[in-house]
Design a protein around this ligand. Structure first.
Ligand code: NDP
Length: 283
């Protein structure tokens, strides 16, 4: 087989149009347009690039985008104080704290200070807990939600499938394993201590790599015809590379997401969708 390459940019663009239509509808009914506030603290160049991308798409879909850039030497208290202000501000529908934060800041405390009703990333423990309990959430974590959306829009059967997720971070692997479970997949969540990883992965109908080790997933990890979602992004020689050894896996998988142009654009599309969903839920 030669894998069908999933075009994340095209799907993301369709979702941008859907979000723009939904923003227009909100405005028509007399409500103010949805507002997303982003906190970017520190001088991580990759974070700055991501935030610029988010701002660009927000403008395209009609989401009011406000950027806050507290100084790199801010304390946990400073960021929590800023969040209190944004939580109390009625014009703010959704809040995103760009991670990672500078080392002196307590990331967990900051995530917990976001009003759960304005939690654009779905990282607040209350929202993650709801998701884990199998309940509906207004805004699920963006990258996992983007992966699921790619599967849905390509007709990849999730219900009854065997899914294997490699990587158990709070922002990608764990919530994705929960989302897939909630959509009736049978899920195995793998990590650096998983024994016989390639053998476990090779049982998957849906294999997700969210590790950050370029080329780690070779053909021996992939069942013939499987759907392979490559979340990994590692900067290398001025480019971004994924976790999947594309030439080898392309010859074996049924579907494959490229890097770049696969999951990445979906993350921003889901952020916009979450912002509008939170705005609707609040009004
Ligand atoms: P983390 O570093 O937080 O987590 C990596 C996970 O991979 C950990 O659970 C770790 O296991 C596991 N792991 C590490 N080495 C191995 C190994 N040899 N075998 C099996 N598992 C291993 O990363 P993130 O979840 O934040 O991100 C993962 C990747 O996805 C990165 O490349 C990141 O850049 C990318 N990413 C892309 C996004 C997008 O929009 N496209 C968004 C977010 C992330 P353990 O828990 O045991 O340490």
């Amino acid at each position: 087989v030669t894998a069908h390459i999933i075009d994340g940019r095209a799907v993301a663009s369709t979702i941008h149009d859907e979000v723009a239509a939904s923003v227009a509808q909100l405005r028509q009914s007399g409500m103010p347009g949805p507002g997303l506030d982003v906190i970017l603290c520190g001088d991580d160049p990759a974070s700055a690039t991501y935030v610029r991308g988010k701002g660009r798409i927000a403008e395209r879909v009609g989401v009011r985008f406000t950027l806050h850039t507290p100084p790199a030497d801010s304390t946990t208290g400073d960021i929590v104080e800023l969040l209190r202000r944004l939580n109390a501000d009625d014009r703010v529908d959704a809040i995103l704290v760009q991670l990672p934060l500078p080392a002196q800041i307590d990331q967990d405390a900051v995530i917990e200070a976001v009003d759960p009703a304005k939690d654009a990333d779905g990282f607040h423990p209350l929202n993650l807990g709801r998701l884990a309990a199998g309940r509906e959430v207004v805004a699920a974590p963006c990258t996992p939600a983007g992966c699921l959306e790619l599967l849905k829009r390509h007709g990849v059967a999730v219900r009854g499938s065997r899914a294997v997720v490699v990587g158990r971070s709070t922002i990608v692997g764990r919530p994705l394993a929960i989302l897939l479970t909630n959509h009736d997949a049978t899920v195995t969540l793998c990590h650096s201590r998983t024994a016989a990883l390639a053998r476990v992965c090779a049982e998957a109908d849906i294999l997700v790599a969210a590790v950050g080790r370029p080329g780690m997933i070779d053909a021996s990890y992939v069942r013939e015809g499987a759907c392979v979602i490559d979340v990994g992004t590692t900067p290398r020689d001025g480019r971004v590379v994924g976790d999947v050894d594309r030439p080898a896996v392309e010859a074996r998988a049924g579907w494959l997401t490229p890097v770049p142009g696969g999951v990445g654009p979906m993350t921003i599309a889901m952020l916009m969708r979450n912002t509008v969903a939170l705005a609707r839920a609040r009004r």
